[in-house]
Design a protein. Structure first.
Length: 457
């Protein structure tokens, strides 16, 4: 295993900033309202990413303040106040007053220094509705940074009954959309099913279909379980102050059989029932075996997958877990593993997760590479196909390499409308379905992709 950190001073990877993390978190709260204080382009981006929370969830209005060029120079506080008053009045007229209103900023008003805290205080006094104002420009950091801000603000703003009825067998599931799976909504449901079948109760799901009335139960959990290894320092510290520890074991995400067994048995041994975990794992294995037994398509496809070489571009924890899954469960060799990490902890834990497979396959690891570096590695290492998100599909096709969109966000990326997970033992069936699509392209269409691609002469 050769790990290479990004040496270039420029960045060209598609990476949403902190206001997207803030939006995703706020949109996961039922009966919330977002006032987006930013220019039109940033507002549209937030609205698009909001759609990640919609399947099987709820719809949160995002109301723009309509900033223009002059407002970005002279300030837009008056527009912010008017938008707040009008939006709350309209909600009340429909007998649907929001339980909480968020003011989120993008880059321009943050640079100007609009006083969003005073605006929040004034309107909160006028209306009696809780308002959280957060400065969340894209340049502040990545998605986990925005998530950290909003989760911390929630715990500051709303009362938590500290230490009451706390149980070590309860977990708060933290921001599951950060795990890096395009299928995170269905994957989250499967993760909760596995945990609760193993005697581990999910106390709160922060923030997915989250009811604010339940926030006072936050401290009933013994631990927070963050499926994303990124550091969220403020939220983690606030949780400790409220008596909730952060579950820090470096475990792979439950992708495939081996990862799922390690993940679930470890958590169950610490917090629940190892015996119950083994029961659910055994039952799920029998379910998968029954689906695949005597299935000629599966025997053909699994043979086709064996020893295929692939490239991966994904969030650090997801990418490392996926590489292990591909090698151990499907016999696919990850030749280049490109990991996106916002913090050193995330990158370091991903490298640790890759240690067990480094003696079984020769591969290169890139930490936060540019698209140019990743694309060159795909070509140099002669991979058969690549796995990433919809944003880097043109990169792979440009190198005449079939591509599977399996990572990233739901928006413009997840076209499976059947609520079936990719996580867990049962998720193997979902992964097989996805991988079979790109195998077909690898087997039948690779020459066609090459023939119809752009080339420089």
């Amino acid at each position: 295993m050769k790990a290479i950190d990004r040496e270039k001073t420029y960045k060209d990877l598609t990476g949403p900033g902190s206001f997207i993390g803030a939006t995703l978190t706020a949109c996961g709260i039922k009966n919330s309202l977002i006032i987006f204080h930013g220019i039109a382009g940033c507002n549209i981006e937030a609205i698009h990413f909001r759609s990640d929370q919609v399947p099987g969830g709820s719809y949160t209005p995002i109301i723009p303040t309509g900033l223009n060029e002059a407002d970005c120079i002279h300030g837009g506080n008056e527009k912010l106040l008017k938008t707040l008053r009008d939006s709350i009045a309209q909600a009340r007229a429909k007998n649907r007053p929001p339980e909480v209103v968020f003011i989120l900023t993008s880059d321009a008003p943050s640079i100007v220094g609009d006083d969003i805290l005073t605006a929040a205080r004034v309107i909160e006094q006028e209306t009696g509705i809780k308002i959280i104002a957060a400065d969340t420009p894209g340049f502040l950091g990545g998605v986990s940074q925005g998530t950290d801000i909003i989760l911390t603000e929630l715990l500051d703003k709303f009362p938590v009954n500290k230490g009451a009825n706390q149980s070590i067998s309860r977990l708060n599931l933290v921001a599951p959309y950060l795990m890096g799976s395009k299928n995170w909504t269905n994957d989250t449901d499967e993760i909760i099913r596995l945990l609760e079948a193993s005697g581990v109760e999910v106390n709160l799901n922060l923030c997915r279909n989250f009811n604010l009335k339940n926030i006072d139960k936050f401290s009933q959990a013994g631990y927070n379980l963050n499926l994303c290894p990124e550091e969220m320092a403020n939220f983690e510290q606030k949780s400790l102050e409220l008596g909730v520890k952060n579950y820090y074991r470096n475990l792979p995400l439950p992708l495939g059989a081996a990862n799922t067994e390690q993940w679930l048995l470890t958590i169950a041994k610490d917090l629940g029932s190892e015996a119950k975990a083994k029961e659910i794992l055994t039952a799920d294995q029998k379910f998968v075996q029954k689906q695949l037994r005597f299935n000629y398509n599966f025997s053909w496809m699994s043979t086709l997958m064996y020893q295929k070489k692939c490239g991966i571009l994904a969030h650090a924890g997801f990418g490392a877990s996926l590489a292990r899954c591909l090698l151990w469960d499907f016999g696919i060799i990850p030749k280049v593993i490109a990991l996106r990490a916002e913090t050193d902890r995330s990158a370091g834990q991903a490298l640790e997760l890759l240690e067990p497979i480094k003696s079984q396959a020769e591969f290169k690891v890139l930490i936060n590479p540019t698209y140019f570096e990743y694309g060159n590695c795909l070509k140099e290492l002669a991979v058969d196909f690549s796995i990433g998100s919809i944003h880097d599909k043109p990169l792979s096709l440009g190198h005449k390499i079939p591509h599977l969109s399996l990572c990233g966000w739901n928006f413009f990326n997840q076209y499976n409308f059947v609520p079936y997970p990719n996580m867990g033992i049962r998720g193997i069936l979902g992964l097989l379905t996805e991988l079979s699509r790109v195998m077909e392209e690898t087997f039948y269409l690779k020459e066609s992709i090459s023939a119809n691609n752009y080339s420089c002469k």
